[in-house]
Design a protein around this ligand. Structure first.
Ligand code: SF4
Length: 289
């Protein structure tokens, strides 16, 4: 397969065929993120994207899932996305699900009928970075969206029948704002009612703008224990009416958690309390992005 630069995908797309529909991220300003800082955003030529599926067909006999990258492939027009989806169905007829990274503004720009069209033609899941439920933190990290816009984007996906998978980041408020981050994130998740919530833990690489704030002391990272206390507070503030899969089992997390909310709320809180009591927490050296 042909890839330009580093390619990222959600953990649940580990066995998917990844095809870059765009290169980089159109926003590319989030202060904690270094994923696409080395790439100038552009939409890839459609012919090249389509060719990738022919290449994949020659290389692989069975492809169950496809994931469209880079950072916000949903930025493409529905006309182009439909051409890509048609190509997937004709070239890889066994493909059962297509996933995509979706920036909140791209979802908001799409009409409900356009999202429905994508759903009916195979887009089964969209991954959206939410990061925090706090308006102040979203502003500090230059996410470029408000909590209300995040709720609206997620509800649009839900109404179109596209599964919504949202990611938040523990520790993103630093020490002074840990409680606001926890409480507001819990409340935001409750309003969004996503299908999946993934909770990562903040790790900052030198390419990310936040790195220099950490070095000069203007941003203070949470300790592992503080992260776990924050996660417990966040979970306490999640109140959902329909089942959502909650995962905090990424390589960056200090403790691996997985359960369904609201059913497993007490179980998840007990697992955190157990880790805090026993000190069974991942060593810093083994954390990865
Ligand atoms: S977090 Fe997402 S939206 Fe923000 S710069 Fe990184 S890839 Fe782009």
């Amino acid at each position: 397969m042909r890839y330009e630069g580093n390619v990222f995908r959600p953990p649940s797309e580990a066995y998917s065929l990844i095809v870059q529909a765009t290169i980089g991220c159109a926003h590319n300003e989030c202060t904690f993120c270094s994923m696409y800082k080395d790439k100038q955003f552009r939409v890839r030529k459609l012919e090249e994207v389509l060719e990738d599926f022919d290449i994949a067909r020659r290389q692989y006999r069975y492809i169950e899932k496809v994931f469209l990258a880079d950072g916000d492939a949903l930025v493409l027009s529905n006309k182009d996305l439909m051409t890509i989806l048609d190509k997937i169905h004709t070239t890889l007829p066994e493909c059962q699900r297509i996933g995509i990274y979706a920036a909140p503004h791209d979802i908001l720009r799409k009409k409900p009928a356009e999202l429905k069209e994508l759903r009916e033609n195979g887009i089964g899941i969209a991954y959206m970075g939410v990061e925090s439920g706090s308006a102040k933190i979203l502003k500090n990290i230059k996410k470029g969206v408000t909590p209300d816009e995040l709720v609206e984007a997620c509800q649009k996906l839900n109404e179109a029948g596209i599964k919504s998978s949202v990611t938040l980041i523990s520790g993103l408020g630093g020490k002074p704002m840990w409680e606001e981050h926890a409480v507001e994130s819990g409340k935001l998740i409750s309003r969004m009612e996503p299908s999946y919530v993934g909770l990562l833990t903040l790790m900052v690489e030198p390419m990310a703008p936040l790195y220099k704030d950490i070095r000069n002391g203007s941003f203070q990272m949470l300790s592992a224990y503080e992260v776990l206390e924050e996660t417990a507070e966040m979970i306490k503030n999640i109140n959902l009416t329909k089942t959502c899969v909650f995962r905090s089992n990424h390589a960056s997390n200090y403790v691996s958690l997985r359960g369904n909310l609201p059913e497993d709320k007490e179980k998840l809180l007990a697992a955190i309390a157990g880790a805090l009591k026993t000190g069974r927490i991942k060593d810093e050296r083994f954390r990865l992005l």
